[in-house]
Design a binder for this molecule. Structure first.
Ligand code: ADP
Length: 714
């Protein structure tokens, strides 16, 4: 051991002295240690075994807040609220060993201090050295830092919340820079967006007014080269405490550039977007650098602490979430916009369609009203009957005639409206109309007042594009008056004919007698005149007979005497009767009789056949052939046909020639000696036999007159 005394030895020497143990020591050492003891920053005190302060330096007096005089003699434990019990400490600590710890000092002035102490027992026997260091400020600073950190955490959550709550990206970025600047106490915080071409722009900034603003400034690619971008995309964070520090290695040009904005220290964290994050696929996700969150310190260099780095990183992450959300929102808005536009289009089209439909409906209503007005004004029954034979439309005349409103009739079956008997009469025609045929017939109906009326009914089938019969239109006009007139006319003709027949017959007989020459010979001119008179009288007799025949058949006052007949016999009978006429006209009469049993009045059928043969001969040219055929048809019918090779009949006249006094050419009666009644009589005869008669013809080539009759079964 060196002869030189250690500071501890020196103190020991001193307090041994004060403890009345006298030890000599070199004056020089004491001089050296004294200022150290006095001027030491730490409080140094010496206690006895009871913790009573025996000596203390200036720092100790300051720490305890007492003068040296007041301090000496005080018990150390009194300042620690009994916490520091010297007797106990002594028991647990060995001699010359050191104990350290922290104490809470209560000063007499009421203040308190936190201290770190180091106790060395028995530096000299029964003297103990206590060194105290005031750590109140350090503790408070740590507390402050802790408090600060807690507050930062709170602020961070607040910022995060703000970011998450807002859907407006601009608002989010603005809130971020403002809050980061506030929390970090930075001079400038900005968000720098990196564009795909490498350039960039500060799109949001919070800066103290004394420093230049960077907002909206665009930076060329050189400021932020591609390789840096890649590093940041991988998550690089850069904290530069002093941009001018050569160790940082910033290029001179870059330093020159950032000096423009007074940047002394900067903290840069990337804002990275995960491009595949929204996809469900397991493909490797790709990070893309969207921008940077940058904090600047401008008045001096600054060492960035980990917490600040962490805060910035977490906020950058929040921004990237917000970006994703904003993009989603943008996409959503875009989709909504497109969809809205589509919906608007659809809506417009719908409006248009509705308008068109309304206009069409209005037009339809108008036209329906007009139609109803017209149909209601007409004194005829107009109706539409569906294929179930139910009324779907009927005009006002139904109400006027039958006493039933159109609404009451609508949907009713024909039978319900007309009654069983009337329906039976119309049934066949209805079926024919529903099979697609236009039918016209006459019927008798009983009106509301019980009066019977004759009506002419026409059914016109309603056929759709697929050629399906959907129903028929029905028109019925009152022909009672016409019928009455016709009846009167017929009666008149009948009376006149009857009255004429007797004198005519005598006239005819007288002329015949005159022609024999028994009553004297007439001159040649006289004979010619007599022949003309005879011919015209014959014609007149024929006419009168025809009129009377027709009137008799139509009157229904007689019954046909039907019996089983052989068609062949009737054909032979008729052709034989017409043979002289055929010869006279130079026409060949050909017949193919077939034995078919029919149920007819033979006289009338022979009359019908001779009428047809007579016409055929009349309208044939000499040398022509008139043929009479018969054949069996299906449905138990026999078909008679009289064919000629004459002049033919126009299509438009094929129907009308069956009417009374109807001729193709009005001069026919004169030229051919006809009466215009032959076919009308034929039709009446055939209809009385429940058959049908019609004509077919080709102009210039000839005509065929056909009629059907029922076959006799068994
Ligand atoms: P008519 O006594 O005038 O022959 P019908 O009733 O028998 O009277 O015939 C009516 C009209 O029909 C005739 O006037 C004629 O114009 C036409 N007609 C009838 N049969 C034939 C036929 N075979 N060829 C050409 N026209 C005919």
């Amino acid at each position: 051991m060196s002869k030189r005394s250690t500071p501890r030895q020196s103190l020991r020497t001193r307090y041994q002295k004060s403890g009345s143990t006298k030890i000599n020591q070199p004056q020089q050492e004491q001089k050296l240690l004294q200022p150290v003891f006095e001027k030491a920053c730490d409080a140094i005190a010496v206690t006895d075994d009871h913790g009573c302060l025996i000596e203390a330096n200036a720092a100790a007096c300051q720490l305890f807040g007492l003068s040296h005089q007041a301090l000496i003699g005080r018990i150390l434990a009194d300042f620690t609220d009994g916490e520091f019990n010297f007797a106990q400490v002594r028991l647990s600590v060995q001699t010359n060993s050191q104990q350290t710890g922290e104490l809470y000092l209560l000063r007499p002035d009421g203040n308190h201090r936190e201290v770190e102490y180091s106790l060395t027992l028995d530096v000299v026997p029964h003297r103990h050295l206590v060194i105290l260091r005031d750590i109140t400020e350090r503790k408070e600073a740590a507390q402050d830092e802790l408090w600060c950190q807690r507050q930062w955490v709170e602020l961070f959550s607040e910022v995060t919340l703000k970011i998450r709550q807002s859907l407006q990206l601009k608002e989010i970025l603005r809130a971020t820079v403002t809050e980061v600047q506030r929390i970090l106490q930075a001079d400038r915080v900005l968000i720098y967006q990196v564009f795909p071409n490498g350039t960039g722009k500060a799109i949001s900034e919070a800066v103290l007014p004394e420093y230049p603003a960077i907002l909206d400034l665009e930076f060329p690619e050189e400021v932020f080269p591609q390789e840096y971008q890649q590093l940041y995309a991988q998550g690089r964070v850069r904290a530069i405490a002093d941009v001018h520090d050569p160790d940082v290695g910033l290029a001179d040009c870059l330093i020159e550039f950032i000096d423009q904005f007074d940047i002394k220290a900067k903290l840069i964290v990337p804002i990275v977007q995960n491009l595949n994050s929204h996809q469900q696929s397991e493909s490797k996700s790709e990070n893309q650098l969207w921008g940077l969150l940058i904090a600047h310190h401008c008045d001096r260099p600054r060492r960035w602490v980990d917490f600040e780095l962490e805060l910035m990183q977490q906020l950058a992450d929040q921004i990237s979430i917000a970006l994703a959300q904003a993009q989603l929102l943008e996409n959503l808005e875009e989709v909504v916009e497109i969809r809205t536009a589509e919906l608007k289009d659809v809506n417009r089209d719908l409006h248009q369609e509705i308008n068109d439909r309304m206009q069409a409906e209005a037009a339809l209503r108008r036209s329906e009203e007009q139609l109803r007005l017209i149909t209601n004004a007409l004194p005829v029954l107009i109706a539409y009957v569906d294929k179930e034979q139910r009324y779907r439309f009927n005009n006002q005349a139904y109400e006027d005639w039958l006493g039933q409103t159109p609404a009451a009739i609508h949907g009713c079956h024909l039978k319900e409206v007309w009654g069983e008997d009337c329906y039976q009469r119309m049934h066949n025609y209805v079926e024919a109309a529903l099979s697609g045929h236009v039918v016209t017939y006459e019927n008798e109906i009983v009106l509301r007042d019980g009066i019977s009326r004759s009506v002419n009914v026409t059914y016109i089938p309603h056929v759709d594009e697929q050629k399906t019969v959907k129903g028929f239109f029905s028109l019925a006009s009152d022909i009672s008056d016409r019928k009455a007139i016709e009846r009167m006319k017929d009666e008149f003709i009948s009376v006149v004919s009857h009255e004429l027949r007797t004198p005519l017959t005598s006239l005819h007989s007288a002329l015949k007698i005159l022609a024999t020459g028994r009553l004297g010979t007439l001159s040649l001119d006289g004979q010619q005149m007599l022949a003309i008179a005879d011919e015209n009288t014959e014609r007149l007799v024929r006419l009168v007979n025809n009129v009377l025949d027709l009137q008799r058949i139509e009157s229904g006052k007689f019954t046909m005497e039907k019996q089983a007949c052989n068609a062949a016999d009737l054909m032979i009978q008729a052709t034989e009767a017409m043979q002289p006429m055929a010869q006279q006209h130079g026409v060949t009469l050909a017949t193919k009789p077939i034995n078919i049993q029919i149920w007819v009045d033979s006289d009338y059928i022979v009359q019908a056949l001779t009428n047809l043969l007579s016409n055929a001969i009349k309208f044939s040219s000499p040398g022509g052939t008139v043929s009479l055929k018969v054949e069996c048809l299906q449905q138990s019918q026999v078909l008679f046909c009289v064919h000629d090779e004459g002049q033919g009949i126009p299509q438009s006249k094929l129907e009308s020639i069956f009417e009374r006094f109807q001729q193709v050419d009005s001069s026919d009666s004169r030229k051919k000696g006809g009466t215009g009644l032959g076919l009308a009589i034929c039709r009446k005869i055939i209809e009385q036999h429940e058959g049908k008669i019609w004509a077919e013809s080709t102009l210039g080539k000839g005509s065929t007159f056909c009629f059907t009759l029922p076959v006799l079964h068994g």
